[in-house]
Design a protein around this ligand. Structure first.
Ligand code: PRP
Length: 179
């Protein structure tokens, strides 16, 4: 196993600056909408959600949802299942789904359908990272932090085999080097 820290793709400062911008944009867009419900997708979104939510200037509540892709591979099969639903009632509420990364798009596609079944007033999506070249299914992305190339990224909530989630920056790992 390599002990070299992952190469920096997006620095801590760049993340902080971009999260501030997203928070400002979201706060402006929802300024007259009352309380919004931020739905974080476990596990990867936990750090992004924590930072984003604290920088909003609008009333907000927090929910979490957990999904799992079928199989245990780094290849997304497209089959997603619900592991944990939101706890609160989101019917009639403005929902913002918060993801760390959109890769193939299957997870967010599934989640939008799931959330819609709860009857919210609106559903929007926010992803810190978007792998633009990996899209298999188009999903509406309302707020995107960074569009990135197809690399295995870790840190700021994202992992490689559960490692490196708490790195303060977005780094690149090469799976062949990390077995
Ligand atoms: C990641 C990420 C998204 C999903 C995106 O989750 O958090 O939920 O993959 O991939 P997709 O666009 O190809 O569907 P992961 O399965 O790694 O779980 P984790 O967040 O618990 O690490």
């Amino acid at each position: 196993m390599s002990t070299t820290p992952p190469e920096v793709m997006i620095s801590e400062d760049e993340i902080r600056q971009r999260v501030n911008e997203l928070a400002e944009q979201i706060s402006g867009d929802y300024a007259d909408k009352g309380t919004i419900v931020l739905v974080g997708v476990l596990k990867g979104s936990f750090i992004f959600l924590a930072d984003l939510s604290r920088r909003l200037s609008i009333p907000r509540t927090i929910e979490f949802i957990a999904v799992s892709s079928y199989g245990n591979s780094s290849i997304q099969s497209g089959a997603v299942r619900l592991v944990m639903d939101v706890r609160g009632n989101i019917e009639g509420k403005h929902v913002l789904i918060v993801e760390d990364i959109v890769d193939t798009g299957h997870t967010l596609h599934y989640l939008i359908g799931m959330m819609a079944s709860h009857g919210p007033a609106s559903i929007k999506t926010c992803a810190l990272l978007h792998k633009t070249d990996s899209t298999q299914i188009d999903v509406p992305l309302d707020y995107v932090g960074f569009s990135i190339r197809d690399e295995w990224v870790v840190g700021y909530g994202l992992d490689y085999a559960e490692r490196d989630r708490t790195l303060p920056y977005i780094g690149i790992v090469h799976p062949d080097d990390r077995d």
